[in-house]
Ligand binder design. Structure first.
Ligand code: BGC
Length: 419
């Protein structure tokens, strides 16, 4: 095979979010939901990997996997446990974590919001209440003025459309509602909140004379294909899905000015679409443990599409697979890195790849039993024993070589062929 080399300075790493990894009892919606036994396997975020206390152990493992970028989030309920009341010691602890990441030569990328709301906000109606925008602006101002000097890479909100749809349409994420009007209201407020946070971050950087920043939000993008490619109606249904799920949020936040310095893509799967709005997995494609299609070419397609749309640097901020025994992940990584390289060769300015996720952690709704990590965590051991999986070793070598080389393929997956 021909080596897939990436440009000098390309960033390789992984991503986590706070409530999925910190492992502390907090006054947030997820701890509350889990305390009511609503997580499918009965587990609780408090039982997660204790990143809060053990961050040094995890950073050392990331170094072993040759990371030079790490995406993490801060937890709103920890920093502002009651409305308007900030916990300075929590901010100081985040300073320690982010500084330790940088000190080990890994670039931190920080999310202000990743799927988790403080209970006080939830009690006011969460993102369906217009006041959420004001609260998020104030929270952003506090965080950015406390931590903004530590990195120039900031994400406002992770997967706003997924958050709205899963919380208010599918009735899964808290507050588990099924109301289409609330779904759209939530999306509108999240869009306003992104714009407000973008302004706050830019203002703080310019007032403090800090270099940068680069600000974006993480967009979960699905690759939609028609159930019957010859059917004009199924093709129309694909367009409708594209608009609602993939494009509308971008339109909302760029309506007045372009409040984006980079395009951040979370890509996992594709779906077949049948008129009017039905979606299903394709029977032909391999599936992950949760039944999601594995469709690496979709990554190439979405990277190209968003590059053509914005011509802004593109960051892959999540891409990964639920796979308990690390049987699918090595191939998943090779195929997706290969497709990312294809996009790069066709002119897309891709700057980074963050695998989801660093270590097995608390998966939204599925709990601790759905494993997405490069690092295996033994949840039954008292010290939460960690072992880098074979896929983590493979990823580390790709990161170290800045691409896929024939030697790496021979060592980890000799039967792999570039598609
Ligand atoms: C979310 C993560 C989640 C992952 C796997 C992404 O959409 O950002 O929080 O764990 O998907 O389901």
């Amino acid at each position: 095979m021909k080596a897939c080399r990436f440009p000098d300075g390309f960033l390789w790493g992984s991503a986590i979010s706070a409530f999925q990894t910190e492992g502390s009892p907090l006054k947030n919606e997820w701890c509350e939901l889990a305390s009511r036994g609503k997580i499918f396997d009965g587990s609780r975020p408090e039982g997660a990997v204790n990143f809060w206390d053990n961050y040094e152990k995890y950073i050392a493992l990331m170094k072993e996997m040759n990371h030079n970028i790490f995406r993490m989030s801060v937890e709103w309920a920890r920093i502002e446990p009651e409305e308007g009341l900030y916990d300075e010691s929590a901010l100081q602890h985040y300073r320690k974590i982010i500084s330790a990441v940088s000190a080990s030569g890994i670039k931190p990328m920080i999310d202000l919001h990743h799927h988790s709301n403080p209970l006080w906000l939830a009690r006011k109606g969460g993102w369906c209440n217009r006041s959420s925008v004001v609260h998020f602006r104030r929270f952003t101002n506090k965080v950015i003025n406390s931590l903004g000097d530590l990195t120039d890479m900031w994400l406002t909100i992770n997967e706003p459309v997924v958050l709205a749809v899963t919380s208010y349409m599918l009735g899964l994420f808290p507050p588990q509602k099924k109301n289409i009007f609330q779904t759209f209201k939530c999306i509108d407020n999240l869009a306003e909140a992104h714009v407000a946070a973008y302004e706050e971050i830019r203002d703080a950087f310019s007032k403090n004379n800090w270099p940068g920043p680069k600000v974006g939000f993480a967009k979960h993008v699905r690759c939609f294909n028609p159930c019957n490619p010859a059917s004009p109606l199924d093709n129309l249904a694909v367009k409708m899905h594209e608009n609602i799920f993939n494009l509308d949020f971008f339109n909302k936040i760029t309506r007045k000015t372009l409040t984006l310095d980079m395009v951040c893509i979370n890509y996992y799967t594709s779906e077949l679409v049948k008129f009017p709005l039905d979606r299903e997995a394709s029977s032909d494609l391999p599936k992950n443990k949760l039944g999601w299609d594995i469709y690496p070419e979709g990554l190439y397609k979405v990277l190209k599409r968003y590059w053509d749309m914005f011509h802004l640097p593109v960051y892959v901020t999540e891409n990964g697979v639920c796979d308990d025994h690390d049987e699918l992940r090595p191939l998943f990584i090779l195929d997706h890195v290969y497709q990312m390289h294809r996009a790069l060769e066709s002119g897309v300015d891709i700057r980074a790849y963050c695998h989801w996720t660093t270590m097995d952690n608390f998966e939204c709704m599925e709990g601790l039993s759905a494993r997405f990590g490069l690092i295996h965590v033994d949840f039954d051991s008292k010290e939460l024993k960690c072992t880098i999986k074979p896929s983590g070793r493979l990823f580390g070598e790709i990161a170290g070589a800045n691409g896929i080389t024939p030697a790496i393929v021979d060592k980890f997956k000799p039967d792999w062929h570039a598609p």
